[in-house]
Design a binder for this molecule. Structure first.
Ligand code: IVH
Length: 685
């Protein structure tokens, strides 16, 4: 850039930032995220540093701390305006009390007040008259907004009674939800974007230059912090009561509490009751009541040691979508992940949320830089439930979904009718290779707990394992390579032996669990079990056609297609062969070995629900012992295996045809397994 270009760029950025400031502070209608604003500000700052001669004397970079508006006079605070330490946990509240008690050595009296979600203001009264109102700004200096604050109807501009001649009092300016809704209704009627929340509007209202316009905003105020050079009160509560008696608005929901248990009662009460208030509160502020003790406790660099804010848990919150990243799962499935400006939700800080797939991004019409609504609902993983379109920046762009794998750069595929994109590079894409091994060794699959993430990373790093069959080729020598390269100083033979022993032991794991461990798409634990029972061995399963697969209870087309596709790949056939050669279980335990002929020639109809096995298991038990099953009672039926809740029609038909009715216990006894339960039913086969 030549210097003329820089001059133009500085002028552009300056104007842009001024406009954004105006939108943010005056209209309470920001167009861009704080992050984006900061980025622009930094860019301008950088250029101004290099070329100070082009800087605007009223440049937005001259405004300290971001909260100050150059159009209002900035004044230093006579006493710093601190913020509060906050917590979401009762335990930390007890810690706070313990710290306070360390100083006093005795039970402490606290004041609990609602924490109003508005903006802090500092007021000065001289001889009973409001002389100045200053916003918090950066805590050291704020904006003089006296004229705007005077429009607040509930605020006494002139005190009465026995007031102190000179004092400062701080509080919160806020808007009731009803007033906010009315304001928004008017905006919507005019075709304007509604405001996002009462706090933003309250904050913006204080920066409007037209006083008549400010007066139209239904603002309210609550005062909660009394300051003066020689305070003639012993406690915070007394000071607030006195201010109230002079005509100042203080919070009615304030309570003196002794000890943590009384504080907790207050918290629990207001956590429920807050929904019935006319304004938003996001927590409770707990303050040491005694002013001398407050002084003794003092401040840390940022916050008072004599007060803490306990914040209520929220089920939903708004935050900014900073970016979308893409994760590759073990099956190659791509999951877009929302990277969020961290936000507190139900006890945890949420930084990421799943966006599921491209359809979901389209459905939400979510874009990077958007203000989004995040909810935690019943699930543990947070969800983005919507976008606050009123905050969308005009230059935002629709998300263009990735076309190539973020890990291995292979072109992604999307099967017809499927929502997810896949990376087909199964054997060359690192997260897929690692994910498959992790899944295979997991507790519910091969249960090789000696292979944790460290072992997997090492095995992959030294190129010893590309797929699960490679695990069975590992020997002590394989680890010698790692040992030498990693320069292991300590004796790690235990680590190595555990891995090798774990692998050896896994050869005894049942076929159904091994099948689950293979990680065939849609073949979860239950499906694997059903397949193992229905086909009996790997050979039969690998040859099963779609019809045979669909005939299995709960196996639909989607699963059947996935299984056929999996076994159709030569690499998988080789993999299975190697696993077989390694000695893994390739048959449903006992189906071949323990198959009896006890029920041969008998046909059963199964009806109702059982306690010792599922209906599928009952069917498998009968078939494994030579019997047949049929769906309806007929002259050919020998037994009706009757469970709980069986239909009366079936029972009637069976009786009329002379079909014998048996219970699950009868069946087990017939097979000579009177104690068998569903947990060990496999011994039946
Ligand atoms: S006392 C040094 N009391 O919460 C103590 N603050 O997160 C200063 N707030 O900046 C604050 N209700 O804007 C106090 N009853 C209350 C409050 C309250 C709301 C706000 C205030 C403060 C912020 C700290």
């Amino acid at each position: 850039m030549n210097s003329a270009d820089v001059q133009v760029k500085i002028a552009q950025l300056t104007q842009q930032l001024k406009d954004h400031n105006y939108r943010y502070y005056v209209l309470a209608e920001p167009y861009i995220s704080d992050l984006e604003f900061d980025r622009l500000l930094k860019e301008l700052q950088f250029l101004e540093n290099e070329f100070p001669e082009f800087a605007d004397p009223n440049s937005p970079t001259k405004v300290v701390g971001g909260g100050l508006n150059a159009d209002f006079v900035t004044v230093p605070h006579r006493r710093r305006m601190m913020s509060l330490g906050n917590t979401y946990s009762e335990e930390e509240l007890r810690d706070f009390d313990a710290r306070v008690k360390k100083t006093t050595g005795a039970e402490v009296e606290y004041i609990c007040e609602l924490k109003i979600d508005g903006l802090a203001i500092s007021l000065f009264y001289e001889n009973g008259t409001l002389v100045q109102a200053v916003t918090r700004g950066d805590g050291v200096q704020g904006d003089d907004v006296t004229e705007n604050v005077k429009t607040i109807r509930s605020l006494a501009k002139q005190l009465h009674g026995n007031y102190l001649p000179s004092f400062e009092i701080r509080g919160e300016i806020f808007m009731h939800r009803k007033g906010f809704d009315k304001l928004n209704d008017e905006r919507i009627a005019k075709g304007e974007e509604p405001y996002a929340n009462p706090r933003n509007v309250a904050s913006g209202s204080l920066k409007i230059k037209d006083i008549a316009e400010v007066a139209k905003r239904p603002l309210d105020i609550t005062l909660y912090h009394f300051l003066a050079d020689d305070i003639p009160f012993t406690t915070h509560f007394e000071a607030i009561e006195a201010a109230h008696s002079w005509g100042l608005k203080t919070a009615p929901q304030t309570k003196v509490c002794k000890g943590v248990d009384e504080i907790l009662d207050f918290l629990h009460y207001w956590d429920k009751e807050r929904h019935n208030l006319s304004f938003d509160t996001d927590g409770v502020v707990i303050k040491v009541n005694n002013l001398a003790l407050q002084d003794e406790l003092g401040f840390t660099a940022k916050v008072p040691r004599w007060a803490i804010a306990y914040k209520f848990q929220t089920e939903s919150a708004t935050t900014t979508l900073l970016n979308i990243t893409y994760q590759v799962g073990r099956t190659g499935s791509i999951t877009p992940v929302a990277e969020l400006q961290p936000v507190h939700l139900l006890g945890t800080t949420v930084k990421r949320a799943s966006l599921h797939n491209a359809n979901e991004i389209e459905r939400l019409d979510v874009r990077i830089g958007d203000t989004v609504f995040v909810e935690k609902g019943g699930e543990i993983i947070p969800k983005i439930t919507g976008v606050d379109f009123s905050q969308r920046k005009p230059d935002s762009q629709a998300v263009s979904y990735i076309t190539h794998c973020p890990e291995c750069a292979t072109a992604l595929i999307r099967n017809e009718g499927e929502a997810n994109h896949y990376c087909p590079n199964e054997d060359g894409c690192k997260p897929q290779i690692i994910g498959k091994i992790e899944h295979f060794v997991a507790r519910k699959a091969m249960d090789i707990d000696s292979i944790g993430s460290e072992a997997i990373e090492l095995l992959k790093k030294y190129d010893l394992v590309h797929n699960v069959a490679d695990l069975y080729d590992l020997t002590e020598e394989s680890f010698a390579v790692i040992k030498a390269a990693e320069d292991w100083k300590t004796d790690r033979s235990g680590f190595v032996n555990n891995i090798l022993n774990g692998i050896e032991a896994s050869k005894k794991i049942t076929f159904e669990r091994m099948l689950f461990g293979l990680g065939i798409r849609y073949v979860g634990e239950t499906v694997a079990k059903k397949l193992a029972v229905a086909f009996g061995n790997m050979e039969a399963l690998s040859k099963a056609d779609k019809e045979a697969l669909i005939a299995v209870d709960e196996i639909g087309e989607r699963i059947a297609d996935s299984i056929i596709q999996w076994f159709g790949r030569t690499e998988h056939q080789e993999l299975v062969l190697r696993l077989k050669q390694a000695g893994l279980q390739m048959e449903t335990q006992g189906v071949a070995a323990k198959l009896s002929d006890t029920l041969s020639g008998l046909t059963f109809v199964i009806s109702g629900v059982f306690t010792k096995f599922s209906r599928d298991e009952a069917k498998a038990i009968i078939e494994a012992n030579g019997g047949k099953t049929s769906g309806s009672v007929s002259g050919k039926t020998d037994y009706l295996l009757a469970g709980e809740g069986m239909g009366p029609a079936k029972l009637e038909k069976a009786s009329s045809l002379g079909v014998k009715i048996m219970s699950e216990v009868d069946l087990l006894e017939m097979l000579g397994n009177p104690q068998t339960t569903s947990q060990n039913q496999s011994t039946l086969f």
